[in-house]
Unconditional design. Structure first.
Length: 200
């Protein structure tokens, strides 16, 4: 009997998965840990950008990626996928957002669905690493400053031409100054040569 191909049964996550257990302390124990992760996944789907501690964000990111990939792979007519979405999303109207908004946004995407970016840590606070977890394609302004180095873009072509013209004009000015300066230097040297030094 042939074994099933596991890669076809479960979609592959497109993010690095860290095998070590993260410390998410909670007085309720393991149930409280899962509740924290469910709240984080719900907040991410609802707001599309959240700021939190690194450990919690990195672990919740894996569940959000799996939830979106299962929704893309199976759709909203697949009962196990609907059960997973119903479990992880505490606000039930977000299930509709998952299938009607996020699945069409990401169905042709070849990379991961989320970004995890370091956030600045304020001074005089505890040594906890803060990050921003966001869904790709969210309506907020980008956190990364995209400076394109493509020389064929029209603004880069115009800037290069302006820089070239500016440099040429400066080189011409320097050449004129050097040309005028050499003649005065030559005249001064000739005067010094014709004068005889006085002997005392």
């Amino acid at each position: 009997m042939n074994q099933a191909d596991v890669t076809k049964l479960v979609s592959k996550l497109r993010i690095p998965v860290h095998p070590e257990r993260r410390k998410l302390r909670n007085p309720k124990g393991p149930e409280g840990r899962i509740d924290k992760l469910r709240k984080t996944v719900t907040g991410l789907i609802k707001y599309e950008r959240i700021e939190l501690n690194y450990n919690r964000a990195d672990e919740a990111r894996q569940y959000a990626e799996r939830l979106i990939s299962e929704a893309i792979q199976h759709g909203d007519c697949h009962k196990p996928t609907m059960d997973i979405a119903d479990y992880w999303l505490l606000e039930k109207e977000l299930v509709h957002k998952l299938f009607k908004v996020l699945v069409p946004r990401y169905e042709n995407l070849n990379s991961c669905y989320t970004n995890l970016l370091k956030a600045p840590r304020p001074q005089n606070t505890r040594n906890i690493e803060k990050v921003v977890l966001e869904l790709k394609g969210n309506p907020y302004p980008p956190l990364r400053n995209k400076q394109s180095n493509n020389k064929l873009l029209i603004q880069n072509v115009l800037l290069d031409a302006a820089k070239y013209e500016y440099r040429q004009s400066k080189y011409a000015e320097i050449a004129d100054k050097i040309g005028k300066g050499e003649t005065t230097v030559d005249n001064n040297q000739k005067e010094k040569v014709t004068e005889k030094p006085s002997q005392s």
